[in-house]
Design a protein around this ligand. Structure first.
Ligand SMILES: Cc1ncc(COP(=O)(O)O)c(C=O)c1O
Length: 402
């Protein structure tokens, strides 16, 4: 195995993200295959005993067990790191494996975390339910409010954790301010960038320390596999994340890594196209629904920030109906093209009712605190013709009395 012809690191590092998404981190075997090989192996064999001993000592870079090293997975990791502008990346078995590893690998008993209150349900569960069992305390805040971040800092605060945009409220965090504040206080920022990916927003450019992903979403982009990734400095990945991953085992399967790599080849095209369609749909929807949560629309209170952080837009938006869960379900049940699905980032447009699905388990009180109302619907925009999507939304809204 070798890196592809001409892939001198001093040249490839300068390629732009869309080029990295197709070319970055490619290795080829002596067969010279164009598409990356899938290495379905759990272990490796060695010419002699000293070779493997040196690998375990960290003196030989070769692989010794697929829980921590696999060529297909490593290609994906290099590619994501290059796209993200990160020194290093480790792939994970799912997005939640990535969030858990990114946080627990650096938090200990007695530490404190400040987290955005609006977040994916399982991310809130980590903060509210899992961490307290290990003596890690938290403060959850309105992450749109810069002053709230500063006010929540305690002497033992180790991490700021947030999604931007958040699922499903589409709240944004001012990364330049919040990451700068964290850095000045010796706090690490962990940003969940699942809704954008590096195609639409690169948190490290705004001062973030760690970027964590559900690669299940836009990176795969076709609803096939669960996958995750954590990007950061060489030191963070080597000293914090890797020991956690090696010993707890949230490893990505080689086949799933390969599927995500194939997805990345079209990520830039898909993300930009889906975001453009999402903007057209937002313009159509804003006159039909009482509240639309779409940062790319000028009516959104954080529109200026959206333009600075993610000028390419976003492929997902939410809206709120006055008729509560009954009216939201009526819209879902009237859809003819868009699927009812709680996944996002697929090439198919998908609509979900967060209060009864992704955010059901966190309970009504936390939903109310984060602004997830019973009348909220979230639309993940796919690759269908925009006119067909508008016609489907139009007829579904009409049937639901809108
Ligand atoms: C913002 C966000 N983070 C994390 C996750 C978890 O990802 P996964 O389903 O790949 O574990 C999701 C899933 O919907 C998500 O939307």
């Amino acid at each position: 195995m070798k890196r592809t012809t001409g892939q001198d690191r001093s040249i490839t590092r300068h390629w732009r993200p869309a080029t990295q998404a197709v070319r970055g981190g490619t290795w080829r075997s002596e067969q010279g295959e164009t598409s990356e090989a899938i290495f379905v192996t759990s272990g490796y064999c060695y010419d002699d005993a000293e070779t493997v001993a040196a690998r375990f000592r960290g003196e030989d870079p070769g692989m010794y067990y697929s829980r921590t090293q696999n060529p297909s997975v490593q290609m994906l990791e290099e590619r994501i790191a290059l796209m993200e502008g990160a020194e290093a990346c480790r792939a994970q078995a799912s997005g939640m494996a990535a969030m858990t590893a990114a946080l627990l690998s650096q938090l200990s008993q007695g530490d404190h975390i400040v987290a955005a209150r609006a977040a994916f349900g399982s991310c809130r569960w980590l903060v509210d339910s899992l961490f307290p069992r290990f003596g890690i305390t938290s403060t959850t805040i309105d992450a749109r409010d810069n002053a709230a971040w500063e006010a929540a800092i305690q002497p033992n605060t180790k991490v700021f954790f947030f999604e931007t945009p958040a699922n499903p409220t589409l709240d944004l965090v001012d990364m330049e301010f919040v990451c700068g504040l964290a850095r000045s206080r010796g706090i690490t920022t962990v940003v969940d960038n699942a809704f954008c990916t590096s195609a639409l927003q690169r948190p490290l450019d705004f001062g973030a320390d760690v970027v964590a992903y559900s690669a299940t979403k836009l990176m795969d982009g076709q609803g096939r596999v669960l996958a995750g990734a954590v990007c950061g400095s060489e030191a963070f990945i080597k000293d914090k994340l890797l020991p956690f991953q090696r010993n707890t085992g949230p490893t990505l399967a080689p086949f799933n890594a390969w599927v995500v790599m194939k997805g990345l080849e079209t990520l830039d095209l898909r993300a930009r196209h889906q975001a453009a369609t999402a903007l057209d749909l937002g313009r159509f929807m804003q006159d039909r629904v009482p509240i639309i949560l779409h940062p790319s629309l000028p009516s959104h209170p954080q529109h200026d920030l959206a333009q600075r952080q993610m000028p390419g837009g976003v492929t997902i938006f939410s809206f709120v109906l006055d008729g509560g869960a009954a009216q939201a379900h009526a819209v879902l049940d009237s859809l003819e093209l868009i699927d009812i699905s709680n996944n996002v980032g697929d090439s198919r447009s998908l609509m979900a009712h967060p209060a009864s699905t992704t955010h059901y388990a966190i309970g009504a009180d936390v939903r109310a605190e984060m602004g997830v109302s019973d009348g909220m619907l979230r639309l993940s925009v796919g690759l269908e013709d925009v006119q067909d999507l508008i016609e489907d939304l139009d007829q579904a809204l009409q049937k639901a009395g809108l």
